[in-house]
Design a protein. Structure first.
Length: 137
């Protein structure tokens, strides 16, 4: 396949992937919209949670799935070529490593922000999420 064809196909796939997810990104900001409360300092924690969830769940997993499919296709059409088999294995390995990095980063950020935001137990023993900052409704 020619170099320009690869660029066009890759661009179309990325545009399709991000256009679907941009439609889902409309609910990231938890305030200031029609019929919503005005934004204040308390909404920063909810916004941070929304952004983390959007990136982690709506962007990373679909991209990883596309990379797994691409690696599978390369592996299937390799025709015994050692070069293409190695390329497919490299794509699989790098995708798994990338997913591990993203999920570990999410865990680290979630733990850090929950510590800063003061998440803990309320009266009655209910554990609160970190996006519910104490003193905010």
């Amino acid at each position: 396949m020619k170099y320009y064809q690869k660029i066009i196909i890759s661009s179309l796939l990325l545009i399709g992937l991000f256009s679907v997810n941009l439609a889902l990104a409309g609910g990231l900001v938890p305030c200031g919209g029609q019929g919503e409360k005005e934004c204040n300092l308390c909404h920063i924690w909810q916004l941070a949670d929304n952004i983390l969830d959007f990136v982690t769940l709506q962007l990373v997993f679909p991209i990883a799935a596309l990379l797994f499919v691409a690696a599978g296709v390369v592996f299937l059409i390799s025709g015994g070529s050692e070069e293409k088999v190695t390329l497919a294995r490299t794509i699989f390995t790098n995708t798994v490593i990338g997913l591990m990095i993203v999920l570990c980063s999410w865990l680290l950020i979630d733990t850090l922000v929950s510590t800063i935001a003061g998440s803990g137990t309320e009266a009655g023993g209910v554990i609160t999420a970190w996006e519910t900052f104490p003193g905010c409704d």
